[in-house]
Design a protein around this ligand. Sequence first.
Ligand code: SF4
Length: 264
Amino acid sequence: MTRRYTYGPFQSRRLGLSLGVDILQKHKICTFNCVYCEIGITDKIVSPEYRFSAPPSHEFRKELKNILKFFPNLEHISFGYNGEPTLNENILDFLKIALEVREELNWTYEKPKLTLFTNSSTLIFNEIRERVKQFELVLAKLDVATKVDFALSNRPHPETPKIEAIIDSIVKLKKEIPNEHKLAIQCLFYNSYREEFISNNNVENIKKLAYAIKRIKPDLVQIYSTARIPAEYFVFAIDDERKREIIKIFNEIIQNDKIKIKYY
Ligand code: SF4
């Protein structure tokens, strides 16, 4: 069977057994060019206003069903993996098919959750938040909270809104998301071998991020680091001790037991 849309399933650090669904075209399309990106450099960096239409072909339903029937213990069906999936205008057509296929199959435990990875850059648009909130688990990237860190770490397209506006849009998303759906904030921290290059693992950024998360009130915060080859040679992973220190700083500022903060 030729596979066009799916990856895995694979054991994910943060999601358990997860099947990846890629709804972008065959190459990476993203609004960011993160120094730590594990897919590589973004050749096609686009504005958050950029949209394209790539509806699911009839193969999508067949492909999904053919794979899922062998994994009754799957935990997540995760949209993402090759850039920013919200750029595809047809994202909800894919979601609808995935929901239908899920209903047609038998599951050992709970049904796998329909999950979306987003880099949060398009959440300023009402219609995008409307689409995003239909996923059962939204993993929204936010690993910088200062202008300088945003420019250095995420290297956004020049038309990308300021980081403050992106944070405001995640606050809105959390208010709009149905109670039964969950929002997780993904914070990837890294170190830099280049002395003059400041990574996002700096105290000012970490504290400002904590204040942003305090406003967002997500269900979960996931702290992690690079695990594969990053886009830039000078990037390397932070260790578990540093992750625990970051959690301590977050907890001191956030002071909200309802927000679970975990490291991976
Ligand atoms: S947002 Fe995600 S896909 Fe885009 S460059 Fe950053 S890490 Fe890569």
